[in-house]
Design a protein around this ligand. Structure first.
Ligand code: MSP
Length: 701
């Protein structure tokens, strides 16, 4: 039997900077929906990508001293890596600089001109444009500020191609009327309706003043307005060519079931996009779903405002599920929500470590200890059941499941999670009342013990299935610990029934799924890694992986406290990777032994240095203050080499210096670089040097 299809998209992300927690929110929410739909038996296409054209990219590239293509190539990778780290289950990724996309955009406009000859026309445009939000702020030349970011719009005066949006006002209103679910949530839908009712002006869909874009067909002096270009990605990403020669994937999945996004870009999706598609004679998406903003320090989290938190450090310290759980639980979908690292860690400890994690490890341990690690038979007969027992089982009825599934369907993620965690709390209570640890000491009550443990284990299986779309990693682990085979993702959530756990199943060796963390320490680690992302090289990596989950392996590669990279000979990643350890901790740190690209290595600037002087630092046994000539300047570097070198023997010695590390203060002295050293078996550093003659300042590469 063929599966029903479901197609969901995130917006494509501007590739002018790296993603933050606010950006990740859209992708995580869509991932929860995609996973949920798959578990309901749908074949799901899930698309994301990067928006790589436009003035904001051009300007950002100029500022960074690279070409726009170089900038987007670099950032696109960061997005892809992040989605991988977050376990996002997209099936497609589209970049607007890909030829398949450009062809689709040009064909869409050609098709529009054919199907609706009046829809596009050429005219002079004068107005104000916001280059940050890629939006026409006003259609007159007078100064005007952007409605989204508040910055002044830039004056644009040129001949453009226009889209006759005004002609689609009534058609859009009819669409909204005929499809009361077209936009979720309702209050946003009402805003859009009022906007359209108040009258629509034609919009310019080409630009002459910029070069970084897709050329207009047969008029290459113009490039496409970025929103026309970007919106088309929802079709080009699944194989739209021109409406006639499209891929099988496009034919299967278009129209999209859900375009999800943040509230600030609803108008482009609920007004412009359907109008563009109507004019081209293409089926319209079924639903536009908008979430609110994640606020950080009272404002929308946004790179340009500088108030961002990054997902990578959170994932490395607390795990992927922690971020997903927190974002979905704490923010009522559709409304704005606050992001706070403290609240995230508190939730992690309370709900995940002490909640589901603790419950599952207790139950598994009892089964291991009292039942030889085998799921006991849960002989449940009416007369034997206590009220507590009966009440607990009542929570897992079909009706209970339907309530949670209905919450998922209605984007009520916080509600779904609350209901699931109410099950966790009632399981805790159930155990407290039934006291299996007491039953275990009475051989006459063996049946009762087995029943209680069966019920507890089955409740955990149940919770794992129903929470899987939100916390996929831990629930898969619980699934396996319960001795279940295969992927939990393949289990039908909509067919979840009490009692499917088979007695006699051998469970795995009990282990924690959410180790508890020390709040202060976890916070410090997250903040340190965040600082590294903001100012690469500004801090030394923390090599003590005291907290749990997925420590930043790359970060701990033998980097000593002060300015030397002491590298055990033959250690994985010896050499350059230790030198980059600090920033690798913050960005997607490669796993120990993993390969890095040459571009990663090229980030580290290494030069030949000649030691001019060296002296001990009072109160620091291991540190030497070394003045080292690196060709065009003499740098002060604090190096942890005092146990191996007397200051006087260093003078005149050639060393390898990492010259682009951010300065750092230790013992009140600034260290401005790092000396490379190997680490001998006894832990003593051995400085890297040169056998041949080589001048100070020569590049090491
Ligand atoms: N490139 C356009 C979309 C084109 S789609 C045809 C764009 N990109 S974006 O990078 O600015 O935003 C991508 C997504 O991230 C949007 O859904 C946006 O709402 C979301 N977020 C960015 N910052 C956010 C918060 N602080 N909070 C929640 N979501 C936010 O717009």
């Amino acid at each position: 039997m063929t599966k029903p299809k479901f197609y969901i998209t995130t917006p494509i992300y501007y590739a002018n900077s790296r993603p933050h927690v606010g950006s990740a929110y859209t992708t995580i929410v869509c991932d929860v929906i995609a996973r949920y739909k798959r578990m309901c038996g749908y074949e799901v296409a899930y698309l994301t990508g990067t928006d790589e054209h436009g003035v904001n990219i051009e300007r950002a590239a100029e500022k960074a001293g690279v070409t726009p293509q170089e900038l987007v190539d670099k950032n696109e990778k960061i997005f892809r890596e992040l989605w991988k780290l977050l376990g996002i289950t997209t099936t497609g990724f589209i970049r607007t600089t890909e030829p398949r996309h450009a062809v689709a955009v040009q064909n869409l406009v050609r098709r529009t001109m054919r199907v609706s000859p009046d829809a596009i026309y050429k005219a002079k445009y004068e107005g104000r444009y916001c280059i940050y939000d890629n939006l026409y702020v006003s259609d007159t030349p007078e100064p005007a500020d952007c409605q989204i970011c508040g910055r002044p719009g830039e004056l644009v005066s040129e001949e453009n191609y226009f889209f006759r949006l005004s002609a689609y006002q009534q058609k859009l209103l009819d669409l909204y009327k005929g499809n009361p679910q077209f936009l979720y949530p309702d209050f946003r839908f009402n805003e859009v309706k009022s906007f359209v009712e108040s009258g629509l002006r034609d919009i310019s869909i080409s630009r002459k003043s910029i070069k970084w874009g897709i050329p207009w067909p047969d008029d290459p002096e113009h490039v496409f307005y970025v929103w026309y270009d970007a919106l088309t990605s929802y079709m080009s990403g699944i194989g739209f060519v021109d409406g006639e020669h499209d891929s099988a994937e496009f034919k299967k999945f278009w129209p999209a079931d859900i375009h999800a996004m943040g509230k600030e870009i609803i108008r482009f999706h609920a007004v412009y996009w359907p109008a563009f598609l109507m004019a081209a004679g293409i089926e319209l998406p079924k639903q536009i779903v908008a979430h609110g903003w994640l606020l950080f320090e009272q404002e929308k989290m946004s790179k340009s405002k500088g108030n961002v938190a990054y997902p990578e450090p959170i994932v490395r310290v607390l795990g992927n599920d922690a971020l997903r759980y927190y974002l979905l639980r704490e923010t009522v979908f559709g409304q704005d929500g606050n992001f706070s690292r403290e609240a995230l860690i508190t939730r992690y400890n309370a709900d995940l470590a002490n909640g589901l994690g603790n419950l599952s490890s207790r139950v598994l341990t009892m089964i291991a200890n009292y039942c030889d690690g085998v799921i006991p038979a849960g002989r449940v007969t009416g007369e034997q059941l206590s009220d507590n027992h009966r009440q607990f089982l009542g929570r897992f009825s079909d009706v209970g499941v339907q309530v949670i599934l209905a919450a998922y369907e209605a984007f009520g993620f916080a509600g779904a999670i609350e209901s699931i965690w109410a099950l966790v709390a009632s399981a805790d209570k159930y155990l407290v009342v039934e006291k299996p640890w007491t039953l275990a000491s009475d051989p006459l009550r063996r049946d009762d013990l087995e029943r209680v443990l069966y019920v507890a284990a089955e409740s955990i299986r149940f919770m794992a299935v129903i929470a899987h779309p939100v916390i996929p990693d831990a629930t898969q682990k619980i699934w396996e610990l319960l001795g279940q085979t295969g992927k939990l993702a393949d289990v039908r959530i909509d067919e979840l029934k009490w009692g499917d756990l088979k007695p006699g199943t051998k469970i795995g060796k009990p282990e924690g799924v959410f180790p508890r963390v020390d709040k202060k320490e976890a916070l410090e680690r997250i903040e340190t890694m965040e600082n590294e992302i903001r100012n690469p090289g500004s801090t030394q990596p923390d090599s003590s992986t005291t907290t749990t989950k997925k420590p930043a392996e790359g970060a701990s590669t033998g980097t000593s406290a002060a300015g030397t990279a002491a590298i055990p000979a033959g250690a994985p990643g010896a050499g350059a990777s230790a030198a980059v350890g600090a920033s690798a901790a913050a960005a997607a740190a490669p796993a120990a032994g993993a390969k890095i690209g040459i571009e990663d290595f090229a980030k580290v600037e290494l030069r030949v240095g000649v030691v001019k002087s060296a002296e001990k630092i009072t109160g620091a046994d291991k540190l030497l203050k070394v003045m080292v000539d690196i060709g065009d300047e003499v740098r002060q570097v604090l190096a942890g080499i005092a146990p191996a070198y007397a200051p006087e023997e260093l003078v005149g010695r050639k060393v390898v210096v990492v010259t682009n590390l951010a300065p750092r203060k230790m013992r009140g002295e600034e260290s401005n670089g790092m000396l490379l050293a190997a680490s001998a078996a006894d832990g003593k550093p051995v400085l890297c040097t040169f056998a041949e003659d080589i001048p100070a300042g020569a590049k090491v590469k």
